[in-house]
Design a protein around this ligand. Structure first.
Ligand code: CP
Length: 321
């Protein structure tokens, strides 16, 4: 049952959606995460129809506001909005008045003044989505804020794991690579832990944040050991654009120690699934033959992203303001 609710109302059974915004998975309860996943499951079928459209958000307007580059997330939100019959407009920092010095708050308030219902925003500053949500009446969906969170990526990853493994509780999931700079890692950790998975992070010591164990994850610096008993390997990109310093000797050495190669896959369980949020640096964090191999679910993640974003737009946009 899908039931968007009134903003600010509290529902004791937790099954009603109350939020005009989706800012992080840290703030969601287990029940709210499961509601998004179940709603996405009911929307997934829409994308396989001849006419890929339902009237759920007819008359509503969504704005995509991207201050950082994106292929998957932006396209996926655009398709999700269109499949729900919403109108969608795209803004990017290049070619907009932000390049003339306009503040984020003013940009958003001006866009909101055109009667936008929900703004989807990607920004390089951690906390920018929360700041915006407090500043405007329209809903705000965080499409990635700095190194903080990327909640819809976390949700689509968890949706894909649940689809492939039929459960989350008790599964062993290892996030591999640049954990320090990864908003995807943080959203995965919050979401997976709330649903009862056992999460390990593995990467060079310089790319694992100090104290991450307090989030309830295990830390392993030896990838050959880490891959052995995992049900899911979620491989993360090295976030060179966010790194301020030298965190490993060279790309070649990183690939040798922390790249998922065909050879390394021989030590993994035969039914392990390989995930990657994209974009993939082939031959660095993941060998091309593994990315394209039978255990890879990378393109399923992309497909599921549309259904998950349909669910998020549907639930948040219909909340009373
Ligand atoms: N996974 C992800 O956020 O990809 P994009 O940067 O292409 O949106």
């Amino acid at each position: 049952m899908i039931r968007p609710g009134k903003r600010e109302n509290k529902d004791p059974d937790g099954a009603r959606w109350m939020r005009k915004d989706l800012l992080s998975l840290e703030e969601l309860s287990r029940e709210e995460i499961e509601l998004v996943l179940d709603t996405a499951e009911s929307f997934k079928e829409v994308s396989s129809r001849d006419i890929k459209k339902v009237p759920a958000l007819r008359g509503k307007t969504i704005a995509n506001l991207f201050f950082e580059s994106s292929t998957r997330t932006r396209t996926s939100f655009e398709l999700a909005a269109k499949r729900l019959s919403a109108d969608i407009v795209n803004f990017s920092s290049t070619g907009s008045s932000t390049s003339k010095g306009e503040s984020l708050r003013d940009t958003a308030r001006n866009i909101e003044a055109m009667h936008i219902d929900t703004i989807v925003m990607r920004h390089s500053s951690s906390g920018s989505a929360e700041y915006l949500a407090r500043s405007i009446r329209a809903g705000v969906i965080n499409a990635g804020d700095g190194i903080h969170e990327h909640p819809t990526q976390g949700l689509l990853d968890i949706f894909t794991i649940r689809e492939k493994k039929k459960k989350i509780e008790g599964l062993r999931v290892c996030l591999v690579g640049d954990i320090l700079h990864s908003r995807v890692a943080r959203s995965n950790i919050w979401g997976l832990k709330k649903l009862g998975a056992k999460v390990t992070v593995c990467g060079p010591p310089t790319l694992i944040p100090r104290g991450i164990e307090t989030l309830g994850v295990e830390v392993c610096y030896d990838l050959d050991r880490a891959v052995q008993d995992q049900d899911v390997l979620n491989i993360l990109r090295i976030q060179l654009e966010r790194q301020r310093g030298v965190f490993f000797p060279s790309i070649r050495e990183y690939a040798a120690e922390y790249g998922i190669s065909k050879e390394r896959m021989k030590q993994a369980k035969s039914d392990v699934i390989i995930m990657h949020p994209g974009p993939v640096n082939r031959g660095v964090e993941l060998a091309g033959e593994v990315a394209d191999g039978p255990q890879s679910v990378i393109l399923d993640q992309v497909t599921n992203g549309v259904a998950v974003r349909m669910a998020v737009l549907f639930l948040t946009t219909l909340v009373e303001r």
